[in-house]
Design a protein around this ligand. Sequence first.
Ligand code: SAH
Length: 225
Amino acid sequence: MRFDIISVLPGLLESPFAHSILQRAQKKGLTEIVVHNLRDYATNKQKSVDDYPYGGGSGMVMGIEPFAKCIEMLCAEREYDEVIFMSPDGERLDQGIANELSIKKNIMILCGHYKGIDQRIRDIFVTREISIGDYVLSGGELPAAVLVDAVVRLLPGVLNDETSALSDSFQGELLDAPVYTRPADWKGHKVPEILLSGHEAKINEWRYEQALERTKKRRPDLLAD
Ligand code: SAH
């Protein structure tokens, strides 16, 4: 699976993709993540990618030309399943969307900045708009990294223990059960006995009950059906 991310601050995306699971996934050839510097596609002498908003008002607006140039160049190279714009007014990212995107081949992601991007970019090129939550960040880079992480960890072969993604919160209708590791007794705070029993069926039953309890308490909306 390939991601092409268009950003005016590509440096912001270096670290998230250079560590841990995302780095391993790229090294194993399971995903390719390419970041494009929007400024390389600027058409004016100053290499600026933003301009004053028509109609006045505060905040700069990212213009159509650099985005169009970069998007058209990429679309001439391969077909994209989605051109996603990260935006607080998009559909809210959840596990269902991550699952859906994890079976696609080529995804392009546009990162906005300042006041946002010229509406015509959204109208002409964008196929999907995704928000990572009801709050406003300064740019689309962190949201893009969140989206890529959520999708890549679902690709077959990315996680060492494949079943671990399946038991995560939101994969079914239940949150994940509590987890413990050594020591079994830390200053009198003990790990639940059942987990030390070696009885797999009973452990699974306990985990199910814990997950159900936790979901009822924290996220009853997930159980509404
Ligand atoms: N004026 C816009 C916010 C611009 S914030 C509005 O009110 O909707 C600048 C950029 O950061 C956005 O274009 C978007 O790409 C990104 N961004 C900010 N918050 C985000 C969020 N919650 N989810 C996804 N992208 C976000």
